[in-house]
Design a protein around this ligand. Structure first.
Ligand SMILES: [Ca+2]
Ligand SMILES: [Ca+2]
Length: 378
């Protein structure tokens, strides 16, 4: 389903067109939000909304007819061509193409026991997919690329406490905001970064974001008492530097979700009613989108958010950076198409056409070197 419900529809009926699309179909910069009806427990009212933050237009990208049921975290596949959503109530992960065609790719048969949390889905730079469960053994699951049989990387016996936000940092560790703020290494070793107890009652970490240089770590926390939703910032991973930078948000039950913009300049926050954008330097805050209120029920945000990224030419491992780690896959893409597909199949070989002339050949080498130098993300 892809019905236009833009607030601009009345005055600008032609403004809400569906013709926009990026190279992969999804429009870079557009924000996707989970949305639930207040009656969802009795009647499945679940949506994914697409927001154009520039114009304020928005429309429904998918709904219950597409299989959404109590949906939570959202994530794009590394190549940006597919959008995945976790459904707590139907215990599924569904994958959508840009046209809104969805397919169930994971179920309880694949280890799911209630996938849940703001940003409960993530990828690492080896094309491995992560999901965290709310129920059962509260496992953090890892799927090798193209596999549907997970490895239980960690669970409640290791200190995980149900669903929550997860992200993969540049070292390949998974940061988990599952009440505590924890780190899980690729070997499954769990350590606590910040236990999140002891101040202001019982704050629980619910969602986590980190900038690409690991200078600033952000956590959205639910403090249980008003003002419940608060944003904390750390310098690096040092729990001693935790400071509350923003407050006054309203988690949906326990869910409040944060992500950094693709250039790390804005922190996006979504609670049950509003999508906010915050300048990370000035902390100036503005509302990008407010959930509409229907006559018989309210629409509630907060459980999931993701931003569509523009594919970067030369980013041959699809981690959104163009750096030295792209050299080997670039050479492979240039010299051995099958070899590239075997090792980096989750990414997109056409990114090796760095000079954009339609072919992948030696004439792309200079442009690739220039792209590595130009992308200052080391
Ligand atoms: Ca890369
Ligand atoms: Ca080329």
């Amino acid at each position: 389903m892809r019905a236009c419900t833009s607030m601009l529809l009345i005055t600008m009926p032609l403004a809400c067109a569906f013709a926009q699309s990026g190279p992969n179909g999804f429009v870079p910069g557009h924000i996707f939000l989970t949305e639930l009806g207040t009656e969802w427990n009795r009647e499945p009212r679940s949506w994914i909304r697409e927001v154009n933050p520039t114009t304020g237009e928005s429309w429904i990208f998918a709904d219950a007819e597409d299989g959404l049921y109590g949906n939570a975290g959202l994530a794009f596949t590394p190549d940006g061509s597919r959008l995945r959503v976790a459904n707590l109530s139907s215990n599924t992960v569904i994958e959508f193409d840009a046209a809104g065609n969805g397919a169930v790719i994971l179920t309880g048969a694949n280890g799911l026991t209630g996938p849940f949390g703001g940003n409960c889905l993530a990828w690492d730079t080896l094309g491995r997919f992560f999901v965290i469960n709310e129920y059962g053994f509260q496992a953090l699951l890892r799927y090798e690329y193209a596999s549907r049989n997970p490895l239980v990387l960690a669970d409640w016996q290791d200190g995980l406490r149900g669903g929550g936000g997860i992200i993969v940092d540049r070292n390949g560790d998974v940061l988990v905001a599952s009440r505590f703020l924890q780190r899980v290494t690729p070997d499954g070793e769990v350590s606590v970064i910040d236990p999140y107890f002891g101040s202001n009652g019982f704050p629980f970490a619910r969602s986590v974001a980190i900038d690409r240089r690991h200078n600033r770590l952000y956590v959205a926390a639910d403090h249980g008492v008003f003002p419940r939703g608060r944003i904390h910032r750390y310098r690096g991973f040092d729990p001693g530097t935790r400071e509350m930078i923003l407050t006054g948000f309203r988690p949906l039950d326990t869910a409040i979700t944060i992500v950094l913009s693709n250039d790390d300049a804005e922190l996006l926050i979504v609670d049950e009613s509003n999508l906010y954008s915050v300048n990370v330097e000035t902390l100036e805050q503005r509302v990008l989108f407010t959930a509409p209120v229907e006559p018989e029920f309210a629409r509630l945000l907060g459980r999931g958010m993701v931003i569509a990224k523009a594919p970067k030419p030369g980013d041959m491992n699809c981690d959104n950076w163009v750096n030295n780690f792209d050299i080997d896959p670039f050479v492979l893409a240039l010299t051995d198409e099958a070899g590239y597909a075997a090792r980096f199949g989750w990414c997109d070989r056409t990114r090796a056409d760095v000079n954009r002339d339609g072919t992948i050949d030696n004439f792309d080498i200079d442009a690739f070197v220039a792209a590595v130098i130009a992308d200052t993300g080391d």
